[in-house]
Structures are given as structure tokens and as C-alpha cells.
Design a protein around this ligand. Structure first.
Ligand SMILES: [Fe+2]
Length: 333
């Protein structure tokens, strides 16, 4: 019987089941329902940090309840949105607005291919790109500069550091789509000490990847994806274990090394890390919620038989996406 550290709660008490795939990580919790008690919030926090992936299947929360849950788990990343500040730029299309055009849930974005009557997409670009390859939300994070035309003049930048957790809520039309999540912790920890030490000297350049591994369809290129950043490949997951911070669709080179060396490294990681042993496949149902680590994990959207999903399907599919800073959880560093 698996007991949750520091508590008398067992996995059985909360209907927690280990997920298939993702090797040692990932758990599904079925016995929790809204409104959550404080100890249940603590439990979800604990499980996210310990397991890197927590799935709450068909818990059917409203958008308000989902946002409220994210808010209780940590600090929601708001991307510079404020409840009292009117949205005038394109973010208004993928945010829920009050009667004054201010965001009701700062930082919550709709991921969908749905359009309004004027032809504007009602979601962020990943929701209306038929291809959504491996990624986390690292690209250009602290370097993104967006000019705002509202009364707050100046430059809008993404927040630092990278929020450790992504929360996704399946709202409608999700059946038939899959989110794959790959953790890069177990395979790193299985490496020999000499290889670990080699990795510790590697710094990767993040930028725009074209060709087979690109994230989105060719006509969707985000300015922020083209901004270069140099980051160490070894980082600590939220459970305190070391793993790789890598994404085949976002990393482009080893800092200071040749293209050949990067290509060899990429091939090695794709073979030994991004493989079935470490990938969890979430077959979506409306009402599901996923919390996943993004420091040492990558994720992608796939259809049931192929990697892309047709626009027709995406225009009926809606997910809510929130990023959460939870770095002080369970004293994980
Ligand atoms: Fe994503």
C-alpha cells in the first residue's frame, strides 16, 4: 500500500492509480470532487510535485472552478494580464472577458480552432495549428517583447522563471485527441556518472526548428519561437530529481559545439529518452484535467491514428490552458 509521505493518506483513499507509461511517474486521482477541502488541495499539490503528472479524469469542473483550483495550487502565470485592465490586443480573442473587456481569469487561455462570426480565432495558435509537436512553453520566455497599444504604454514580457506546471482542462470536442507527455527524468538518472557529468556541461540553444520536427504547421510561426535562448540541459524536476530540459521541436544547437554534435545528441535523446517507456498517452474526455511538469517533461498533441488533427475537428475542440508556478511545493528546489 503506497502511503503519501508525511500523511496517513494512502493512494487507495483518493482513488489514485498509477498511470501506464511515463515509467515511474504519473498518477490518476478519481475520488476527489469540487469543492475541494484544504487537505485535498494539499494532496493534489503533493502529488503534482511527487508524480510530475496528475490526471483528474472527468471531474467536470466549470471554468470558474478550474481556475480556482489552479489558483489554490500555486501562483497562476498571468502573462501581464490583470483583472482590472481592459484587453485591447489579440489576447482578447482567447480570454474570457467581463462587460468592460477585462479578463475574468488572467492567464487562462482557450486552446481551440473555433472562430467567431467575423472569422477571428477564439483560441491561441496551438489550438488552430493542425500540427502540435513536442514542446514546453520555454521558448523566448523572458525575451518576448510585445508592444501594447492600450493605456499602459511600453513593453509586455513573459514572466520568469518558467512555471513548473501546465494545467489543461478538456472542455468540449476533445474525444479522439491525445496529449502525449514524455518525462526526461528516469532515463537521465539511469545514465552512467560519466554521461551525467558530460550532460552537466551542455548548454542548449533554444530557437526555431524547421523541417520535420517543427512544432506548428508551416504557416504558423510565432515571433517568440524565433528568439534565441541558451539554457543548461540538466535541470531539477519539481520532485527535486535531475532530468533533461530538452525539446526536439525547440532546441537547435549545443552552445559552442558543431551542428554534427548537436544532431548526434538529439538522435541519442530521441532514442533513449523520448520513447514509449517514458511517454504517457492521455486519451481526452471532456471534463478531464491534467497537471503536468514542463521543466523536465515535454508534451505534444496527436490524433488517434496520426500526428495531426484536421481543422474541422479542432474547430469543435476546446481546452483551457493555465501555467502555474509551484516551485516551493514540498520543498522541491
Ligand atoms: Fe502545450
Amino acid at each position: 500500500m503506497y502511503k503519501i509521505e508525511g500523511t496517513n493518506i494512502t493512494f487507495e483513499d483518493v482513488g489514485a492509480l498509477k498511470l501506464k507509461g511515463l515509467n515511474a511517474y504519473g498518477i490518476e486521482v478519481t475520488n476527489l470532487s469540487y469543492p475541494f477541502e484544504e487537505r485535498e488541495i494539499e494532496l493534489i499539490k503533493y502529488l503534482i510535485a511527487d508524480q510530475l503528472l496528475v490526471v483528474l479524469p472527468k471531474c467536470n469542473l466549470s471554468v470558474d472552478q478550474f481556475y480556482n483550483l489552479c489558483d489554490q495550487l500555486g501562483v497562476v502565470s498571468t502573462y501581464g494580464q490583470y483583472r482590472s485592465r481592459k484587453l485591447l490586443d489579440n489576447t482578447k480573442f482567447y480570454s474570457y472577458l467581463d462587460k468592460d473587456d477585462c479578463p475574468i481569469y488572467p492567464g487562462l487561455v482557450r486552446v481551440t480552432g473555433e472562430k467567431d462570426s467575423k472569422g477571428n480565432f477564439l483560441g491561441i495558435a496551438p489550438g488552430h495549428s493542425t500540427l502540435l509537436n513536442w514542446h514546453n512553453d520555454q521558448a523566448g520566455r523572458d525575451a518576448v517583447k510585445v508592444k501594447r497599444n492600450d493605456k499602459i504604454k511600453g513593453i509586455w514580457s513573459y514572466e520568469r522563471p518558467l512555471p513548473e506546471v501546465i494545467a489543461l482542462q478538456g472542455v468540449k470536442g476533445t474525444k479522439g485527441s491525445i496529449t502525449e507527455i514524455c518525462q526526461l527524468v528516469d532515463s537521465y538518472n539511469a545514465e552512467d556518472l560519466s554521461i551525467k557529468n558530460w550532460f552537466k556541461n551542455v548548454r542548449l540553444e533554444w530557437g526555431y526548428v524547421d523541417g520535420e520536427d517543427k512544432i506548428y504547421d508551416s504557416d504558423v510561426v510565432h515571433k517568440e519561437d524565433k528568439i534565441k535562448r541558451i539554457l543548461p540541459i540538466v535541470t531539477k524536476a519539481i520532485n527535486g530529481k535531475e532530468g533533461l530540459h530538452f525539446s526536439p521541436s525547440q532546441t537547435v544547437a549545443i552552445d559552442g559545439k558543431s551542428e554534427k554534435e548537436y544532431n548526434e545528441l538529439k538522435e541519442y535523446i530521441m532514442k533513449n529518452y523520448v520513447n514509449q517507456n517514458y511517454i504517457y498517452r492521455h486519451y481526452w474526455n471532456d471534463g478531464d484535467i491534467i497537471f503536468t511538469d514542463q521543466k523536465t517533461s515535454i508534451h505534444r498533441r496527436v490524433g488517434t491514428h496520426k500526428e495531426t488533427i484536421p481543422m474541422q475537428k479542432l474547430s469543435k475542440r476546446l481546452l483551457h490552458h493555465v501555467e502555474i508556478h509551484i516551485h516551493n511545493l514540498n520543498n522541491a528546489s
